[in-house]
Design a protein around this ligand. Structure first.
Ligand code: SF4
Ligand code: SF4
Length: 280
């Protein structure tokens, strides 16, 4: 049986919030019986954009991660409801029944991702429904995907085996896999959000002037082991990304056939710009 999955590319999100606004446009004031009661005007972010700023000094970047209901295959919200008022459809989509779940405020805290919101007026837990009401009419993508200008979202209705092959091939990740919730929302380039980098700038003296060095070879090492290699760009900059926070001691070795060598030690707690390395 084919089921729905969503792939979110963190590297493409520009924090425009179109996806959040489109979802609100779809649901605020609109009732979709059997799928979702109207979303209130204030207080609900069925799709929320989280921001992560990394680095310091001359090397800072920001990443944005859209977050929503993961339509988990082992969903704590379904277990908490316990009576079918939250249920998984055959196509993988998790629905909070807008009639049967009335008064069930306890379901809100069952979601470890904070994806469920409480509608005080209707006394109802609510969340993003993957636009199941539209998919059931033949739509191929939810509205968030339709409205995103940079193509962050890609919804796929495929067999689980096919999805797992895509996950493996594209090295997709889910949020908090240690919880065992088995999300159907996958992330590409999640390292931009939850990993660290070591960056720096290579310079050298030439004709009495200190300038940036293009195309120096930069090696990231741990002890004697080389972990990765990079080359400096036109600004002399290099960056090693995808490193774990608090992962200890590294060294950076730089060389260029015309300008010589330099090195620096780095103790990595969080993303670091290690400044200029002057070849000589
Ligand atoms: S993300 Fe939360 S609300 Fe969505 S299915 Fe998983 S546990 Fe339920
Ligand atoms: S619409 Fe796309 S680019 Fe804009 S915030 Fe949402 S995911 Fe990011």
């Amino acid at each position: 049986m084919k089921k729905w999955n969503l792939i979110i590319d963190v590297a493409k999100c520009e924090n425009c919030n179109n996806c959040m606004l489109t979802t609100r446009d779809e649901h605020v004031g609109n009732d979709f019986p059997g799928y979702a009661a109207p979303q209130p005007v204030h207080g609900h972010n069925w799709i929320k954009i989280h921001r992560q700023v990394r680095g310091d000094g001359a090397m800072v970047d920001a990443a944005y991660r859209p977050t929503t209901c993961n339509h988990c295959d082992n969903a704590p919200c379904i277990a908490k409801a316990g009576d079918g008022s939250v249920y998984k459809r055959k196509d993988g989509i998790v629905i909070i029944d807008p009639q049967r779940a009335k008064g069930r405020k306890d379901i809100v805290s069952a979601c470890p991702y904070g994806a469920i919101f409480w509608n005080e007026e209707l006394q109802l837990p609510q969340k993003w429904i993957f636009d199941a009401h539209l998919l059931d009419q033949g739509w191929k993508q939810p509205r968030c995907a339709q409205s995103c200008p940079t193509g962050v979202f890609r919804a796929l209705c495929v067999e689980d085996e096919e999805m797992q092959a895509i996950v493996k091939k594209d090295r997709l990740e889910v949020l908090r896999p240690e919880l065992g919730t088995r999300p159907r929302v996958y992330y590409r380039n999640l390292f931009r959000f939850n990993k660290c980098f070591i960056g720096g700038t290579v310079v050298a003296e030439s004709d009495g002037q200190v300038d940036c060095v293009l195309d120096a070879e930069v090696v990231l090492k741990r002890g004697d082991a080389a972990l990765a290699t990079a080359r400096s760009d036109a600004f002399g900059d290099f960056k090693f990304d995808g490193l774990d926070a608090n992962s200890g001691e590294y060294s950076v070795e730089v060389s260029h056939p015309a300008f010589g060598k330099a090195n620096s030690g780095v103790s990595l707690t969080d993303s670091r710009y290690i400044g200029t390395l002057r070849l000589g």
